[in-house]
Ligand binder design. Structure first.
Ligand code: ZN
Length: 146
């Protein structure tokens, strides 16, 4: 379950009560924004530049399409998933792109965050992660902005 602009760990979609949704999502969004800055706008796993606000502007400035921006939409990622006892704390929240986040949790048994990062990096080195054009555009952009 993806909540656009908010936390999108699949686990985050399941709140027991609707009363706390606002404060919880606000807090997670805050941690996500902090992680986004700390990670220099790069996905924790694939190191691609992420979009945190205006998709149309992001698409224009990186020469990609708006639908492609969805792949790299910044999401809050629980390093230790809630299923495994992870909490909504700053130290447990990283910023990850929608694609990496979704695929990590699509696995029957999600890999631990550091192992998943290794997995993603191996896939990238074989050109088997994200759309090739997208990867090239965003990794180049990330490089040139340093
Ligand atoms: Zn990613």
């Amino acid at each position: 379950m993806i909540h656009r602009g908010l936390s999108s760990c699949p686990q985050s979609g399941r709140w027991r009560s609707t009363r706390n949704i606002k404060s919880m999502t606000t807090r997670i969004a805050h941690f996500r924004a902090q992680a986004y800055v700390a990670q220099r706008e790069l996905c924790y796993y694939c190191r691609c530049k992420m979009c945190i606000s205006d998709p149309a502007k992001f698409a224009r400035s990186h020469g990609i399409s708006v639908p492609q921006v969805r792949q790299v939409q910044c999401t809050a990622e629980h390093l230790t998933s809630r299923r495994d006892g992870g909490t909504d704390t700053r130290s447990n929240i990283a910023a990850a792109c929608w694609h990496c986040n979704k695929l990590r949790h699509a696995r029957k048994t999600p890999l631990a965050a550091d192992r998943y990062r290794d997995y993603v990096q191996r896939r990238i080195s074989r050109g088997a992660w994200h759309d090739r054009f997208l990867l090239k555009s965003l990794r180049q952009s990330a490089h040139s902005s340093q």
